[in-house]
Design a protein around this ligand. Sequence first.
Ligand code: SAM
Length: 157
Amino acid sequence: MTIKLLAIGKTDNKELTSLIEVYKTRLNHYIKFEFEVIPDLKKAKNLSENEQKHKEGELILKKISPSDVLILLDENGKQFSSLSFSNYLQKQMNSGLKHLIFVIGGPYGFSDEVYMKANGKISLSKMTFSHQMVRLFFIEQLYRGFTILKNEPYHHR
Ligand SMILES: C[S@@+](CC[C@H](N)C(=O)[O-])C[C@H]1O[C@@H](n2cnc3c(N)ncnc32)[C@H](O)[C@@H]1O
């Protein structure tokens, strides 16, 4: 299985980028993991909130194939403990799925079209994080999940 994380908007924060790289490299020891950033929309300031979500939604959906499982990172989604999230990852791998795609929305979240297409929603917290920070938190949780599955001493229960 390949896990792909799609995110809207580049970050020019070097600290964030380098930490993401650290966890991405660690995660790649366990699973094929791809991180793809969909560039910010041009002239987004001239768009209404809904127009922006709609255009970002089109770019997201272009990246999804019919056989992919699409999971949105969304503050109103299902919450997991790190342990239950590792079980969730194991189940996805056992299912024979080829591509598990997680998506982080833009500053206003997702369009209705993306919500309709999604197979599920995962929340990292009831609090809202910046779309920049979530990518680091989530990649770390993926890494943590795999260390749990491998019984490695990263996660302390
Ligand atoms: C600034 S938030 C958007 C908040 C917006 N009010 C909404 O309705 O989604 C940008 C993106 O970060 C992600 N995000 C922020 N907080 C999150 C959380 N607690 N759990 C999961 N994803 C989160 C989501 O993918 C969201 O689309």
